[in-house]
Ligand binder design. Sequence first.
Ligand code: NAD
Length: 348
Amino acid sequence: MQTVLVTGAGGYIGSVLVPKLLQNGYRVKAVDRFFFGEDKLPKHANLELVRADSRYLAPALFTNVDYVIDLVAISNDPSGELFSEATWQINHQSRANTALAAKTAGVKRYILPSSCSIYGFQNNIVDETSTTNPLTIYAKANEKAEHDVLRLADDSFIVTVMRQATVFGYSPRMRFDLAINGMVYGAWKNKVLPLMRDGKQYRPMVHVQDTTDMMLMLLTADASKINQQIFNVGGNENNYQLGPLAEIIVEEVAKQIQAPVQIEWYGDVDHRSYQVSFDKIERILQWKPQWDAKKGAQEIVEKLANGQLEKSVQTITLDWYKELAKWQRIIKQVEMYGGILDIQPTSG
Ligand SMILES: NC(=O)c1ccc[n+]([C@@H]2O[C@H](COP(=O)([O-])OP(=O)(O)OC[C@H]3O[C@@H](n4cnc5c(N)ncnc54)[C@H](O)[C@@H]3O)[C@@H](O)[C@H]2O)c1
């Protein structure tokens, strides 16, 4: 049985990936601070939960590990700007260190789930050879991590970078701060979908089931096709213009709730737009995504309607990190003798 160490395993992508790895016969070491709770992962005999900070991983953790999927991150632009130092440390340095520790321990493959956001906004269709234009700390840290891990690749340490499009779809650690997920929730809850003018701006999207399928595929793919390679992960047909995307979502939500849903335009024209080519992944790995926005929206609306899914502060990444920081300050002020009301007086 082969072992996969997954960092950030309790997150939005990790909590979809880990059950899939288990179903496919892998042992999993799930490494996470579990900022979003341990309950997002299933109980399983082949799953080991390791509560650790990715900045301080013991080398022994990598013993007898075959593969590393390094999902850990402060995972969006606003959180990256607010917690900038931590974002550099976690998204860049800890991933460079993890890749090196993995290589030193004899791990066979290392996968870095990066982001298409490192292309920034560009007028032409960008591919893996295009000049990057990272605009935020989150995107810049991803780019530096890519650079540092790719140069570790050799014949016995296979390194692959996945530049994921913006992910959507249901996950046990749900994120409504992702574009499609947030649009579906807003339309379902308020029967109004706010949309920034003029709706012609392009954004690439990929479903969480598709990107996690790709992670699994990379564990067994022909090493000569994937070593030291960068792949944009998504599909050409999932480069959505936000106007038509909003119409797809409005139609699906209206069907489910059997009531009209409106698009409400706001703001000046948004010129931030980018389209990504997903030709390489299709050409080299014969892979195409199975999900589109319509199917993804249907899935989320169904789960909202039957009460399997709800929005809480924990589903908005930035709000949750702010909430944790706020409560840490409050608890520090009131905690005495190891507790709040139930306390453990030491002596005397
Ligand atoms: N979701 C997307 O749209 C998307 C798109 C492109 C790339 N990515 C990348 O995929 C990866 C996973 O994203 P996600 O959406 O699952 O994010 P997420 O925020 O849901 O998960 C990140 C996980 O990392 C953990 N974590 C954070 N800092 C830690 C630390 N110092 N030590 C240990 N654990 C820590 C958190 O507890 C969380 O469980 C990230 O690298 C992200 O940049 C995501």
